[in-house]
Ligand binder design. Structure first.
Ligand code: HMG
Ligand code: MG
Length: 302
């Protein structure tokens, strides 16, 4: 089995991670985190969300964070935009990429973005059109591709259906998300296969939460089908306010350790990632939720 020789990581910690923290984190800390992440070699960073501050107060400082980042030419900065109001924020902040986010399950769509799957596509269509016109790229996230906190198991055809709709409105790349981390390798591969009916292998990524400890196994299973784009989160931060009990995304440090061990290039410096993860974990008053990071930190002390 031939695995990809390189992998591109989209770091989602500042967005997926920090959206889920009870305590409000000062914008200055978020900005410093982004600086540490780009210094560690990450070239795609999902910085924040332009969503309702009443729904997700943790992301209310979106414009301040975007304005405060010292940008690097080789790094692309993305933001979540559920509708045209969100797009206007993204445009004003000069994001490189917008992310529309739908779901493979109707119930999750309603809970997360307050509309049906069909309505969400109607909201995303003008966002995709305007973003492409403005020279931004458009990514789509599909939540609950293997399981939903409200509907239970989700059939791969549901992912295929939403992927097809996203393709029709001009979304260029889609992320297959296991929002609540219930997936196991064959189920995740089935969801990816459904997405790959509409997008080629270069335009599908994996986004795996680690609630049941399966995210690394699911990453390896995805590598086996040729997927070479992944969303990961520094220090394993993350979760979704509308997916109770779901824990963070697979830790960037753990995925980089896995990939480097397999001889797959990431462009990242693992020690610098551990420093970034330690920085944000200390700000949150805990240790990184990454086995590789904790092992390397223990080794440093020894
Ligand atoms: P709505 O209430 O249906 O929207 O919310 P509305 O158009 O009826 O507007 C209601 C109010 O929201 C108005 O304000 C609007 O101005 C405001 P009011 O008049 O009441 O003062 N509003 C906005 N404000 C700021 N930015 C906006 C915006 N849009 C409307 N863009 C909406 C719809 C989607 C906005 C709302 O449901 C929302 O913000 N939901 C939060 C969704 C969210 O952020 N979820 C977490 C991220 S997704 C995720 O984590 C999953 C992912 O990681 C993949 C995975 O793991 O599955 C991506
Ligand atoms: Mg997520």
């Amino acid at each position: 089995m031939k695995l990809p020789s390189r992998v591109k990581l989209v770091e989602v910690g500042p967005r997926d991670g920090l959206q889920n923290e009870k305590q409000l984190i000062p914008a200055a800390i978020k900005i410093e985190l982004v600086h540490k992440l780009q210094a560690a070699g990450l070239t795609e960073i999902e910085v924040t969300s332009y969503v309702s501050p009443k729904w997700v107060p943790q992301m209310a400082d979106n414009a301040e964070v975007m304005a405060g980042i010292q940008r690097k030419a080789r790094v692309r900065y993305s933001v979540l935009t559920p509708n045209m109001k969100g797009f206007e924020g993204a445009l004003a902040s000069k994001a490189d990429e917008v992310v529309v986010f739908g779901a493979a399950s109707e119930a999750f769509s309603q809970k997360n973005i307050n509309c049906s799957i069909a309505e969400s596509i109607e909201r995303f269509a003008p966002v995709a059109e305007a973003a492409l016109k403005a020279g931004m790229t458009v990514r789509g996230a599909i939540s609950c591709t293997v399981g939903c906190p409200y509907e239970g198991e989700v059939a791969p055809e549901r992912t295929g259906y939403v992927a097809g709709l996203m393709k029709q409105i001009g979304v260029q790349h889609i992320g297959v998300a296991d929002t609540i981390g219930v997936g196991t390798p064959r189920k995740v591969q089935a969801a990816l296969d459904a997405a790959l009916k509409h997008y080629d292998i270069d335009h599908v990524s994996g986004h795996y939460h680690d609630t049941y400890g399966q995210a690394l196994a699911n990453t390896l299973a995805s590598l086996e089908v040729g997927i070479w784009n992944y969303d990961t989160s520094i220090a394993g931060l993350g979760g979704c306010p509308y997916a109770k009990g779901a824990t963070g995304n697979v830790a960037t440090e753990d995925v980089v350790y896995l990939l480097h061990g397999l001889g797959i290039a990431t462009g990242c410096d693992l020690d610098a990632l551990v420093d970034a993860g330690t920085f944000i974990s200390e700000a949150l008053g805990r240790r990184p939720n990454s086995r590789a990071a904790v092992a390397l930190l223990n080794k440093r002390v020894a």
